[in-house]
Ligand binder design. Structure first.
Ligand SMILES: [Zn+2]
Length: 251
């Protein structure tokens, strides 16, 4: 469930700068507080940082604190200008010792909380990938991965939490889960339809995106049946591959 909690006093809100969303960054808060409301309240002032949403550890609810295209200072570097930032809250039964190291007094409870936020983040990121036409496999990174790419400050979240609790969660697994979620959501409501090609020549690719190989080509005025749609790409009924629907007209 999405809970509208848009800040009015956070300094990121007051600056009112917008971004073109090119990616999504997954964070975890880095302190033992599972309740999103606490962060929503404590960060609603001149705290110097901001994110677009917090995921509650006890309910899995998403508390949206800034419009998705509002610039938020969530990762300390360039990705703030391109990425939506989402924080997962953390279990209350962990105790940070130094840096990203922590001890845990109740592993079962901690894993239940982390699994809840992981699953809620998969759902949210699948929706955001659809909204902003993003590829879940290439456009989603963690704060830690952003640091390795040089576009975020030196943090280890959220992998430090997943690894420390031996959950088995990884960012590659997360990206695959988002992709699977997008596909199952798309298939559930999909009705096949016919399109006519409007470009003189249009590439048919092995997947839904220009990062996939060209399988064959189709030509202007040819008619095809589309049996699935992902991010503005349509899957041909023949099984030949996917075409960009921007160069077609629905019949
Ligand atoms: Zn972070």
């Amino acid at each position: 469930m999405l809970i509208n909690s848009i800040w009015t006093n956070n300094d990121n809100f007051k600056v009112k700068r917008t971004i073109t969303v090119n990616g999504l960054m997954l964070h975890s808060v880095g302190c033992a507080q599972p309740r999103a409301e606490v962060f929503v309240r404590n960060w609603n002032g001149d705290v110097g940082v901001g994110v677009h949403a917090f995921i509650d550890g006890l309910t899995g609810n998403v508390y949206q604190t800034l419009s998705w295209n509002h610039r938020a200072w969530h990762c300390g570097d360039a990705a703030n200008n391109t990425h939506i930032g989402v924080e997962m809250c953390e279990p209350d039964c962990i105790t940070y010792t130094s840096g990203a190291n922590f001890t845990c007094s109740d592993y079962e409870r901690a894993k239940a909380i982390v699994t809840r936020t992981y699953n809620a983040a998969v759902d949210l990121f699948a929706q955001l990938c659809n909204t902003y036409n993003l590829n879940p496999l290439t456009d989603i990174i963690s704060h830690r991965e952003g640091a390795l790419k040089g576009i975020a400050s030196n943090h280890g979240d959220p992998e430090h939490l997943w690894n420390g609790l031996k959950t088995g969660f990884t960012m590659d697994g997360f990206r695959q889960a988002v992709k699977a979620k997008m596909q199952s959501a798309g298939q559930a409501k999909f009705e096949p339809y016919r399109v006519v090609v409007t470009a003189s020549v249009l590439n048919v690719r092995t997947g839904a995106g220009t990062n996939y190989n060209i399988a064959t080509q189709v030509k202007k005025n040819e008619v095809y049946t589309i049996v699935d749609e992902v991010n503005g790409w349509g899957k041909l009924k023949s099984g030949a591959g996917w075409i960009s629907l921007s160069y077609t007209k629905k019949l």
